[in-house]
Design a protein around this ligand. Structure first.
Ligand code: ATP
Ligand code: MG
Length: 149
């Protein structure tokens, strides 16, 4: 399906902002010349919704979350950033396994399935996912998906 990436991301952020109410501000930034790509809308929606809802859930009220879209020649990079609780180093390796939750989640509810779904969706797209995080500072997930214009 033909998907106008920038419009798609903007709409998704607007929808997420409604569910986040006023507790979090979700920013959208785009870089590069964005394009209409042949991409699977459902998969992309699943990836970004899961990452953004985690960013919101694992950040304090009032925290800023952002989605960055970087369009390059034959790929799109999506970066979801938060200034939340962070992920301890020892939990990072198993993050994408079903039902695995980090040791610092405290009372924040969850089943540990979201990232497993994200990883599968990224792989179906022949893409890659990476995480950078510092406990108490924040987390950034970067998803790179090859895309034809
Ligand atoms: P759900 O199935 O409802 O998504 P979940 O959020 O616990 O539950 P995942 O989305 O798979 O599960 O995330 C797995 C774990 O990774 C989380 O439990 C949490 O420990 C950690 N995590 C994921 N995203 C973040 C984030 N943005 N900041 C801090 N920790 C995170
Ligand atoms: Mg989750």
């Amino acid at each position: 399906i033909e998907l106008e990436l920038e419009t798609f991301c903007r709409q998704l952020v607007a929808e997420m902002q409604l569910t986040a109410k006023e507790e979090h501000a979700i920013a959208f930034v785009s870089q590069g010349e964005c394009f209409t790509a042949k991409a699977d809308k459902k998969l992309l929606q699943q990836i970004l919704t899961n990452l953004l809802s985690n960013a919101i859930k694992y950040s304090p009220q009032g925290g800023t979350v952002s989605l960055e879209l970087i369009c390059e020649a034959n790929k799109a990079v999506f970066r979801v950033k938060d200034k939340g609780i962070g992920i301890p180093t020892q939990d990072r390796q198993r993050l994408f396994e079903s039902f695995h939750r980090a040791s610092n989640v405290g009372g924040i509810p969850g089943t540990g399935l979201g990232l497993a779904v994200v990883k599968q969706a990224v792989e179906l797209h022949q893409g890659a996912i990476a995480v950078e995080s510092e406990v108490g500072v924040g987390t950034t997930f970067t998803v790179t998906l090859p895309m034809d214009r």
